[in-house]
Design a protein around this ligand. Structure first.
Ligand SMILES: *Cc1c(COP(=O)(O)O)cnc(C)c1O
Length: 349
């Protein structure tokens, strides 16, 4: 099988060994002679998977016993609702940095006052707003660390005197961060962690129990924390895939992963800046190291460029319809060799 250079935004590239391990477990899970998808989630073999998938997250993030890890369903999109339902009593602050942030704001509004402290909507979200301060009397501050569609990323986080809630769907485990600064982190698995079908939520127990409204059982974080993420049937396959990726991340270390991601981003952005045919879409200081957005100055040649990419076995480069142009997603598992192939196509173009 010849190699496809997979720049897809999500579901996205995963390490080959992760896919191999998933395939093996589909046929024979943990020596049971049964498939991973036909055994009880309460079997001792699967409980061990869930336990390790939860504990490895804390190990990699260097978090202590004040944090809990759960794997939920409904995607990051359900977290837009759940975070607000569980945390918003009076007022919350949000930044509006793209499609996903906007959806989060929309879902929060029915629960209280939502103040948008910074927005880049005026320029089609091509930068990260920074001129704001977060007041201590907000129930929490919500931000999106990486804007998958628009190709911007927060390279620093503001001082936050209240709970810090972050949608890290598309850059989780891509860099070293002081994760203990965050009170709640969520991420749909399918961008940088595993197969679609589960959403990682890492949260501090102490922020819960402060809202007065009724919380439906399935939408109350405490339900899932109390039952160790097994209140109801979890997404067994997706979580197994996440565990394989977590092991791969743990073996490499976030420091190495960050270096690799920096090198890949540097290689691609320097070609975008050097090559007179192309232009970057996002403000230079806010460029995402995960999703690079760029365009041809002569848009009439878009199809021709995509054909040249296809001829070099490059997949998933077409930009999101709301931005146009191209988007190269360079998640952890993408190698720098694949980025070099793309850069060569751009040079030859
Ligand atoms: C993809 C994405 C989402 C939506 O995730 P779903 O799991 O499809 O609901 C939310 N936020 C960000 C930053 C994303 O990249």
């Amino acid at each position: 099988m010849s190699k496809v250079h997979n720049f897809s935004a999500g579901p996205a590239i995963l390490p080959q060994e992760v896919i191999q391990n998933c395939a093996d477990a589909l046929l024979n899970f943990s020596g049971t002679n049964l498939s991973l998808i036909e055994v009880s989630h309460r079997s001792k073999e699967y409980v061990a998977v869930m336990d390790e998938a939860r504990s490895l997250v804390k190990k990699i993030m260097k978090l202590g016993d004040d944090y809990d890890v759960v794997y939920l369903q409904g995607g990051a999109s359900t977290q837009f609702l759940m975070t607000a339902m569980n945390l918003l009593e009076t007022k919350a602050a949000y930044t509006n940095t793209g499609t996903w942030a906007k959806n989060a704001i929309k879902e929060a509004r029915p629960f209280g006052t939502v103040d948008v402290l910074g927005s880049s909507e005026d320029t089609n979200f091509n930068y990260i707003p920074k001129n704001y301060t977060v007041a201590a009397d907000y129930d929490y501050f919500h931000c999106t660390s990486n804007n998958t569609i628009f190709g911007t990323q927060m390279h620093s986080f503001p001082e936050c005197p209240t709970s810090l809630v972050c949608d890290m769907s598309s850059d989780i485990f891509s860099r070293q961060l002081d994760f203990s600064k965050f009170d709640l982190i969520y991420a749909g698995a399918q961008k940088n962690m595993g197969p679609a079908g589960t959403t990682l939520v890492v949260l501090k127990k102490s922020i819960l129990g402060k809202v007065t409204r009724y919380l439906p059982t399935m939408l109350d974080y405490r339900t899932h924390i109390d039952k160790e993420s097994m209140f109801n049937t979890p997404s067994v396959f997706a979580i197994y895939g996440c565990l394989q990726t977590l092991k791969w991340i743990d073996a490499l270390g976030l420091e190495t992963i960050e270096k690799q991601n920096n090198a890949k981003a540097e290689l691609l952005y320097s070609e975008i800046d050097k090559n007179p045919l192309f232009i970057g879409t996002a403000a230079i200081e806010d460029r995402s190291k995960m999703n690079a957005t760029f365009a041809l100055k002569d848009e009439a040649r878009n199809d021709e460029f995509l054909q040249a990419c296809a001829a070099a076995s490059i997949n998933g480069l077409k930009g999101h319809r709301s931005v146009g142009g191209f988007r190269a997603s360079m998640y952890n598992a993408l190698t720098i060799d694949s980025v070099q192939v793309l850069v060569d196509v751009m040079k030859n173009f």
